[in-house]
Design a protein around this ligand. Sequence first.
Ligand SMILES: [Zn+2]
Ligand SMILES: [Zn+2]
Length: 366
Amino acid sequence: MDQGDANGNRRVTRFRLPSGLEIIGLPTPNSYGGEWDLGPTWNYLILTEHPILVDTGRYGTTTDLVDMINLAGLSEKEVTRIVISHGHEDHDGGVAKMAEITGAPVLAHRVYDRLCRFYPDLAPEGSRKDFPAGCWHCHMPKSFSDTHCLDYQREGAALAVEAITEDGYVIENDVTLYHIPGHSPDSLAVKLGSEAMLVGDTVLPQITPWPTSENMFEMTGRVLAPDYSRADEIYGLKTYLKSLQKLSHLNGRSEMAVFPAHRLYYGGQWQVFGLKERINELYSHHIARCSSIMAILGSGPKSAREISKLLFSEAQLKGAGIFMADNEVTSHCELLAATNDVDLDDGPGFATRGTSTFVDFIKGLS
Ligand SMILES: [Zn+2]
Ligand SMILES: [Zn+2]
């Protein structure tokens, strides 16, 4: 197998589970040229009787992906199904090309199937009407979207998708899909019997996955009706934390192998982790972040932007960083409002009630 580089790029790896089932890790390049680095996208080929490819790397990396499949001794023609873990470009960028090359059907959550389309008449004021619904909230500068997104969005909108509506959808034998919204409203986990779980970006080593905020539903709700009528069914930190709880329950008491979509190998080593342990770390992280926000609100009501400026460093707030920071703060304040620790007022934004109910809420999930 290809040994790849220290961050895992091109480190094609064959994993054998106790049952004998094999999974091939296919890490495709994932560089935005920006300051942050998630590491390559780990796509996986599950070698069931009819091999299933989970994720397709970024737009423009299909040649790398096919090369790696070949390097592992398989033909891309052996892929019989493509599953998309969630509709972020580093995971579904290559889906249209891979579907074309392999002839395999594409399985994704029904929310994915809705959000990858264009709805010029349904787009709300202030959104990017010329983008698919999943990108209406995007704050990346036009210089970025013009070079990274246009072809990807056009191909995605034309893609035929087998939309998964059932939670616990069985693809074959022991391969089951679960809806785990939060990082993205369409996130899916792939469970392989009781021995492995592919968790997409919902649980990552070293990185705390970004949660959506419930206010995104104000833009996309009309596209998702009537299947979803409330933001907290598919968006926000509370939804994300509940999906972590769901993963933890699915894991049960077994020692499952966990296959994340980034950083399986990074910094010159394998980043092996236990699902429950990592989920508990993520709960702790969010308790700490909520606590920091509550401390900031101790000096008086503040808007998300005002909180962001006090919570993050100047370097973190540079460029599009400010929008990511605002989203991070908003998603935590939405949770704090749901646990009645914070009031959402019409004025500047958020005001503390002086309680810390959120701590018991999050701890209660574990
Ligand atoms: Zn993602
Ligand atoms: Zn990702």
